[in-house]
Each structure stands twice: as structure tokens, then as C-alpha cells.
Design a protein around this ligand. Structure first.
Ligand SMILES: [Fe+2]
Length: 142
């Protein structure tokens, strides 16, 4: 568990500057969470834990909204499937039990980190990059 996972790589670029910068911000939050896990949550306060969960809730919701608006604007045919995947992560983050988190911060944070990492990497590399490709073709043809 000592390796950093929230490292950005070129393959994650969608070619859409706003999306890429928002994704990098998500990675920034992911790395903050990862730092706490690496330190085994030793000395972590309830406020730090809550702040990170609230930041995740706020930022993931904000980012998904922007992405979906861009998809609507460009009539992206896979928007419904994409929105379902966004809804999954939003729900997962909303469902994080903050009481449990304050009781067992390390265990819960490890779970959150693993879920987030798998979702974020899979989603960006496959779904968001696919949207980026669609958008570049669509924009070129217009
Ligand atoms: Fe997305």
C-alpha cells in the first residue's frame, strides 16, 4: 500500500482542456486521500476526514455535471451510459458513512481509495477518452 496510485499519465488526456484540468484536480484530491492512507491515518482528525469526503462530494458532482453538459451540447450518443457511470460514483461517495469513517478511518479510507482509484482510472481511460475522441472528430467536421 506504499505506492502512489493517483499519478497522472498521458493516456488519460481527453484532449478537452477543461476536462483534463478537472480530472487533474480529481487526482489532486485522490492523492490527498492516499497520503492519509499511506500514513495509516495516524493523527488524522475528524475534521480532516470530513473535509476530504466533502471535497470529494462537491468536486465529483461539479465535474460530472460539466462533462454531461458538454455531452448534451455536442449530442454525444453515449451520454446515457456515461451518465449512469457518473451516477454510480456520485452515489458511492454520498453513501460513505462518516460515522464509521471516524471510528475506523484507516479501514474505510482504504476502501474508498481502492474504489475511487479503480473507478477513476477505468472511467477516464475508457469512457472519457472515448468522449474526447468523439468531440475531436465532431468538432473537426463542423
Ligand atoms: Fe466522465
Amino acid at each position: 500500500m506504499l505506492d502512489f496510485k493517483f499519478d497522472w499519465c498521458k493516456e488519460m488526456e481527453t484532449g478537452i482542456p477543461l476536462m483534463d484540468s478537472q480530472h487533474k484536480e480529481l487526482f489532486h484530491i485522490g492523492r490527498n486521500l492516499e497520503q492519509l492512507v499511506i500514513c495509516h491515518c495516524i493523527g488524522v482528525t475528524n475534521k480532516q476526514l470530513l473535509d476530504i469526503i466533502l471535497e470529494l462530494r462537491e468536486y465529483v458532482g461539479y465535474h460530472c455535471y460539466h462533462e454531461e453538459e458538454l455531452m448534451k451540447e455536442h449530442n454525444y450518443p453515449d451520454i446515457d451510459t456515461h451518465k449512469k457511470k457518473h451516477a454510480e460514483i456520485i452515489q458511492y461517495i454520498l453513501d460513505i458513512d462518516c460515522k464509521k469513517l471516524s471510528e475506523e478511518p484507516y479501514r474505510i479510507l482504504c476502501e474508498v481509495k481502492t474504489y475511487l482509484q479503480e473507478w477513476v482510472f477505468g472511467h477516464i481511460l475508457i469512457d472519457d477518452v472515448a468522449f474526447g475522441k468523439y468531440l475531436s472528430i465532431h468538432t473537426l467536421n463542423n
